[in-house]
Design a protein around this ligand. Structure first.
Ligand code: G3P
Length: 220
């Protein structure tokens, strides 16, 4: 499973990129607004991210009609070769996804919450499909069960293009674990959760005991 960072924060991206395991970045309008992003700086901000990480960088359209999404998507794709266009799972989003697919532009279909939505996204040409796990949980549903259903359903079929599932809206290390166990292709993870993925109490305890014992060696 590939690890993406779900953020528009340049410092977080720079740090995790230095780890050598960052496979991509996903952003959305809320994450850009959280960084105090201004409309005039949006494309330049995405360009900075695209130069910091070699992998796919998702920039989301904000228009509401297919034609306007298509125009915005072409501008986002033109920012850098590794830019991916994020499109919402709506009727207009399906139309825009098909137009972008036909134009050779990769789409990440987001705000996907059901098996039918996921299949429609794949059939419209989406290269990536993003079920938002945490938002199910926010509404009293089992997000991991929905993710599993979507992965299973998509795996049942062949499409005329590659389709990868991005487990999104990750709220815990367990979400990452379960997404990997069920075969999600990618997890896009907030910085705080990704840092927790590196750590384990037994790792810390083991390292401490190695250090204590090695001090016996060096002081012998
Ligand atoms: O960008 C889609 C998803 O990652 C958003 O996550 O935490 O806002 O539900 P969240």
């Amino acid at each position: 499973m590939k690890f993406y960072l779900d953020t528009a924060n340049l410092e977080q991206i720079e740090e995790v990129a230095s780890w050598g395991v960052l496979a991509g970045v996903t952003t959305n309008p809320s994450l850009y607004a959280k960084e105090g992003g201004k409309l005039a700086d949006f494309e330049n901000h995405l360009k900075k991210i695209a130069t910091m990480v070699d992998g796919p960088i998702s920039g989301e359209v904000t228009a509401e009609t297919a034609d306007e999404m298509f125009e915005q998507g072409k501008k986002i794709a033109a920012i850098a070769p590794n830019m991916i266009v994020k499109v919402p799972m709506t009727v207009e989003g399906l139309k825009a996804c098909k137009k972008l697919y036909d134009a050779g532009i990769d789409v990440n279909m987001t705000l996907v919450f059901s098996v039918p939505q996921a299949i429609l996204a794949a059939q419209s040409g989406a290269r990536y499909i993003s079920p938002l796990v945490g938002r199910f949980d926010d509404n009293g549903q089992d997000g991991l069960e929905q993710l599993h259903n979507i992965i299973f359903a998509i795996d049942n079929y062949e499409f005329d293009h590659d389709v990868e599932i991005i487990a999104a809206s990750i709220r815990s290390v367990n979400h990452v674990t379960q997404a990997a166990l069920m075969g999600a292709d990618i997890a896009t993870i907030p910085y705080a959760i990704l840092k927790k993925c590196v750590k384990h109490i037994l790792t810390d305890q083991g390292l401490e005991s190695f250090k204590r014992d090695w001090e016996k060696v060096t002081s012998a």
